[in-house]
Design a protein around this ligand. Structure first.
Ligand code: SF4
Length: 346
């Protein structure tokens, strides 16, 4: 049996033949570090005012409602490092959890025990954005984001009964020889979920001209993790230009996928393509990227534990999203130009 057949067999023995889309919810586009070499934030001006990069609460709440109703899991709740103070986070988490109807994975940099304890009622677990595991490479690509605080957070989180997840980006300079290190970290730090992305060559970074990794290479990492860690949850990143890679990545053993601009491209030909690729991989798709359910959206807003003024703003924001999505579905707007979103890794 070759690696990919073996990974597919392990997946089938461990999970139902389904998949789902995971939407990362971002509350800010600011990060106090801004020097991870692959991250678009490293190309941002240095004098940014953090508060100007925050997303509005109504926009976040509207998106959380969409995630719940459309069957999108929240891959994680995130923003750049130090974008929110602990007080901001304590205010946001209860409301956002109510809108989403579930707990979140939190990806906001390494957190000390006292904050983990205070956020715990709203969390499934924490995500450590390690990005890569080779210590020398890590120092090079994340010069101000050492691994050790994340590893300490994993220990603290596990002791508090939270789950641990990590990110891993292929194409930033790692080699296949780094696999034992990755597996060691997964075992040692009780990693129950891993996000395996492939490099997005962001403009203004040192990777601007770099080719994106071959899908088979990303699939190799997924398959190795699946074979060695049969029950771990693996999320793969696809992006809108790598939809064709989805069957290979799912067959290699990924559970779910992310990094598809789901609200902007909802109901378009690309969204239909995603659902078709899922079918090609022999998986059923939980949730939808193409069909808006007929429900009373106003009820969803009225249920939120927020003031009437905020409800009014959420209503407006939600209907902005829904209006665009409905136009995509009914007017063939899949030919409209696509503005790409940008996703920091934290
Ligand atoms: S990868 Fe994360 S920590 Fe590094 S600059 Fe980007 S957002 Fe900040």
């Amino acid at each position: 049996m070759d690696l990919f057949d073996q990974a597919a067999a392990v997946y089938e023995a461990s999970f139902p033949m389904e998949t789902w889309f995971e939407r990362a919810l971002f509350f800010s586009w600011y990060c106090s570090i801004r020097d991870c070499t692959f991250c678009f934030m490293s190309a941002q001006p240095k004098n940014i005012e953090p508060k100007t990069m925050r997303r509005s609460t109504e926009s976040l709440l509207a998106e959380a409602i969409l995630c719940r109703v459309l069957g999108w899991d929240s891959g994680f709740l995130s923003g750049g490092i130090n974008a929110f103070t602990p007080a901001d986070m304590k205010q946001l988490l209860p409301t956002l959890t109510a809108a989403y109807g579930n707990k979140f994975w939190l990806n906001v940099g390494p957190l000390p025990r006292n904050l983990l304890e205070s956020y715990r009622p709203y969390l499934s677990g924490v995500v450590g954005a390690l990005e890569t595991v080779n210590p020398l490479l890590h120092k090079k690509i994340c010069p101000s984001k050492p691994m050790e605080p994340y590893l300490r957070m994993f220990d603290e989180a596990h002791a508090l009964g939270l789950q641990n997840a990590m990110t891993f980006i292929v194409g930033v300079g790692e080699t296949k020889e780094d696999l034992p290190l990755l597996l060691e970290i997964i075992q040692r730090y009780h990693i129950s979920k891993i996000h395996i992305y492939s490099l997005i060559p962001e403009k203004g970074t040192i990777y601007t001209e770099k080719d994106i990794p071959e899908p088979l290479y990303q699939a190799w990492w997924i398959a190795q993790v699946r074979v060695h860690c049969p029950t771990i949850s693996i999320q793969c990143g696809i992006w809108k230009d790598r939809i064709a890679a989805l069957p290979i990545l799912l067959k290699a053993g990924a559970n779910s996928f992310s990094k598809f601009p789901a609200t902007r491209l909802f109901g378009t030909a690309r969204a239909h393509d995603v659902e078709q690729q899922v079918a090609c991989a022999g998986r059923s798709f939980r949730g939808t990227l193409t069909k808006l359910p007929v429900i009373n959206w106003e009820d969803e807003v009225q249920r939120l534990p927020v003031t009437d003024a905020i409800k009014q703003r959420v209503h407006q924001k939600l209907h902005q999203y829904l209006g665009r999505m409905q136009r995509n579905v009914t007017c063939g707007s899949n030919l409209l130009p696509v503005k790409t979103g940008r996703v920091p890794a934290v």
